[in-house]
Design a protein around this ligand. Structure first.
Ligand code: 3UK
Length: 541
C-alpha cells in the first residue's frame, strides 16, 4: 500500500526521484513512527495551544514585539485564510517565502504548511536572477515576501509566468502600494480548517546553498520535519521548555528553520528572532533576552570569543555549531572565553538537519562526533565499499530523513546503494568518531600526499596573528598541487614576507611538515556565503 496521499496539485508527488534512486530510510526507533495522516505545522502549533496548554507562553521574541503560541497560531490561521480564500491556494501548490528572521516570516511558514502548501523559502540576499531559477524549477504559484525585500521579487515576476499571486508582509516597513498581507489579514477570522495531509506529502522544498551549477531543490515530507525535531534535539541537545533559543541561521536555511523555530516549538520553549545579527549584536541578544541556547556557524564563535567579556552572557548554556567544520582552535577559544563546550554537528539540506554530532561530554577537538541515534554512518571507498577505521573516504549516511531532489539527475550523485553520500571526505577513528577532512572535491593532493585544507586552517587559526584563513590547493607543475593559504590578520599585524615565513614555520612545527602552505597571500576579508561558509571556489578563481 502506498500511504502517500496525493495533493490536489500533484507536482511534487510526480517529481520524486524514482524508487531505486531513493535513499534507504530507517524508522526503527519509536520516536520516528508517525501516524499515516499528520500535518507537521498542526502538530507543532495547533496542538501546542489546544492540547499541550502552551497558548500563553512566548513562542517568539523579537525587537518588534513578542508572539505567544496562541498569537502565532491566530496569525498563521489568518494568513492561511488569505492564501486559500483570497489567493486561491490549493494543497500541493508551492509558495515562495522570503524574509529575514522575524515573527511574521515564521507565521507565514506555518500558514503555508497548515494549508497543505509547500514552503519554498529563499535566502534574503538572493537577487532576481536566482529567484527566477527557483521559481521555474519548483513551478512556484504564490509568494509571501517581506515588504523590504519586494524589489528583487518584483523584478523577477516579469520572468515568472507561474507565479501569479504575491502578498507582502511587514508591509508598514516597506514601500507604499504593495499588496499588503496585513491589510488582508484584518478581514480574516483567527481560525482555519487545517489541511489533513499525509506524513508522506511534501511540505518544504529546500534549495541547496550549493556553490556551483543550478540550485537543487530537496523535497521533505511532514514526517521529516517532525523527525529532525525528535532526533538531534532529543538525543544530543537536550534542551528543555524553559530554554530560550537564539542564533543567526536564516529560516530559509534548514539549519535555521530547525534550530530557530521547529526545535524550540516542539518542546514548548521560546526563540528570539532578530534580523541581520553581527557577532556583537548576537552577544547583546543573549544578554537582553537571557538566551540559553545558541545556533550559529564556526566563524561567529571565533569572532564573538574576544567580545564575550564585555557582555553578561551567563544565561547561555548550550552552543551549537554547524555549516562547516569547527576548527579545534575555535572550540578552545570559545571554551576559554565562556566555559562552554560547543556542540558541533554536521547536517545538510539534503538530510534536512544534523546527523553526526556529540554531547558536550563527548566533545573532541577535530571530531564532528558519532552518528546520532536513528542515523547510521560509514566511510566508503571509491568503489562504494565500507572502509576500516583510520582510512579517508566518502562519508555516507542513512536515517529517518534523506535526499530527494526535485526532478534532478544529480540524485544519482548524492544517493548510492541507499546511502546518502554527502560529498565530504571523512575518516572514522577506532572509537567510532568521525573526523572531517575536507569536501571531497577540495582534497588537496600534493606530491602524492592527501592534505585536507581545514586541518591546515585549524593550525593557522591557533597562531595569535591570524583572524581568519582559508586553505586551498593550487595547480603546480612539479607537485600536481601545492597548499596555498589566504590569511586575514588581526589588527596590528602586518602581512609581509616575514609574517608569511612565521606562519609557515608555525605550521611546520605543529603538524606534518609536508602540509605547510608553500604559498601565503594576505587578504582583508574572505569570501563567505550568507550562511557563513567559506567559498573556496572563489579563492581558486
Ligand atoms: C558542510 C560541515 C563539517 C558539509 C546544514 C546543519 O550546512 C548545512 O547544509 P548545507 O546543505 O551544507 C552541507 C555541507 O556543509 N558541513 C555542515 N556542517 C558541518 N562540515 N562539519 C560540520 N559540522 O560539507 C556538508 O556536506 O548548506 C547544517 C543543519 C542543516 C543544514 N542544512
Amino acid at each position: 500500500m502506498n500511504d502517500y496521499t496525493a495533493h490536489v496539485d500533484r507536482f511534487a508527488r510526480d517529481r520524486l526521484p524514482p524508487v531505486d534512486q531513493q535513499p534507504e530510510f530507517l524508522f526503527e526507533r519509536p520516536e520516528f513512527q508517525y501516524p499515516d495522516r499528520i500535518n507537521c505545522a498542526v502538530e507543532l502549533l495547533d496542538r501546542a495551544v489546544h492540547e499541550r496548554g502552551w497558548g500563553e507562553r512566548i513562542a517568539l521574541y523579537s525587537p518588534a514585539g513578542n508572539y505567544s503560541y496562541r498569537h502565532l497560531l491566530d496569525e498563521a490561521n489568518r494568513i492561511a485564510r488569505v492564501l486559500v480564500e483570497d489567493m486561491g491556494l490549493v494543497p500541493g501548490n508551492r509558495v515562495l517565502l522570503r524574509g529575514p528572521n522575524n515573527p511574521q516570516m515564521a507565521a507565514c511558514w506555518f500558514a503555508i504548511v497548515k494549508a497543505g502548501g509547500i514552503a519554498v523559502a529563499t535566502m534574503p540576499l538572493l537577487r532576481a536572477k536566482e529567484l527566477i531559477d527557483v521559481v521555474h524549477k519548483a513551478e512556484v504559484s504564490h509568494a509571501l515576501c517581506d515588504a523590504r525585500l519586494a524589489e528583487e521579487l518584483q523584478t523577477a515576476l516579469a520572468d515568472c509566468p507561474t507565479l501569479k499571486q504575491a502578498a507582502y508582509f511587514n508591509s508598514a516597513q516597506g514601500p507604499a502600494g504593495l499588496d499588503s498581507l496585513e491589510a488582508r489579514m484584518v478581514t480574516k477570522a483567527p481560525d482555519f480548517a487545517n489541511v489533513d495531509t499525509a506524513r508522506d506529502d511534501t511540505c518544504i522544498i529546500a534549495f541547496t546553498s550549493g556553490t556551483t551549477g543550478k540550485p537543487k531543490g530537496t523535497m521533505h515530507f511532514h514526517r521529516d520535519v517532525l523527525a529532525i525535531c525528535d532526533a538531534f534535539p532529543k538525543s544530543v541537545l537536550k534542551a528543555v521548555e524553559s530554554d530560550i533559543f537564539c542564533g543567526t541561521p536564516p529560516l530559509a536555511f534548514t539549519f535555521g528553520l530547525g534550530g530557530m523555530v521547529l526545535f524550540p516549538m516542539r518542546i514548548g520553549a521560546s526563540t528570539v528572532l532578530v534580523e541581520r545579527l553581527t557577532p556583537e549584536s548576537l552577544l547583546k541578544t543573549v544578554q537582553d533576552y537571557k538566551a540559553t541556547v545558541m545556533f550559529t556557524a564556526p566563524t561567529f564563535y571565533r569572532m564573538m570569543a574576544p567580545l564575550a567579556k564585555d557582555v553578561d552572557i551567563r544565561s547561555l548554556r548550550k552552543c551549537v555549531s554547524a555549516g562547516e567544520a569547527l576548527p579545534g582552535a575555535t572550540r578552545q577559544l570559545w571554551l576559554d572565553a565562556t566555559g562552554i563546550r560547543i556542540i558541533d554537528g554536521i547536517g545538510s539540506t539534503e538530510m534536512l538537519h544534523i546527523f553526526i554530532s556529540h554531547t558536550e561530554d563527548e566533545a573532541r577537538p577535530g571530531a564532528t562526533g558519532k552518528a546520532i541515534p536513528g542515523y547510521r554512518a560509514c566511510i566508503l571507498d571509491a568503489e562504494g565499499q565500507p572502509l576500516p577505521p583510520g582510512q579517508i573516504g566518502r562519508l555516507a549516511v542513512k536515517g529517518p530523513t534523506g535526499c530527494r531532489y526535485l526532478d534532478d539527475p544529480r540524485q544519482a550523485n548524492y544517493v548510492s546503494n541507499g546511502w546518502n553520500v554527502t560529498g565530504d571526505a571523512y575518516l572514522m577513528d577506532a572509537d567510532g568518531y568521525f573526523i572531517y577532512q575536507s569536501r571531497t572535491d577540495d582534497m588537496i593532493i600534493s606530491a602524492g600526499y592527501n592534505i585536507g585544507g581545514p586541518e591546515v586552517e585549524d593550525c593557522l587559526l591557533a597562531h595569535p596573528a591570524v583572524a581568519e584563513c582559508g586553505v586551498i590547493g593550487v595547480p603546480d607543475e612539479e607537485r600536481g598541487q601545492v597548499v596555498k593559504a589566504y590569511v586575514v590578520l588581526k589588527a596590528g599585524y602586518v602581512g609581509d614576507g616575514a609574517m608569511a615565513k612565521t606562519l609557515q614555520e608555525h605550521v611546520k612545527n605543529s603538524i606534518a611538515p609536508y602540509k605547510y602552505p608553500r604559498l601565503v597571500e594576505f587578504r582583508d576579508v574572505l569570501p563567505r556565503t550568507e550562511t557563513g561558509k567559506l567559498q573556496r571556489f572563489r579563492l581558486r578563481d
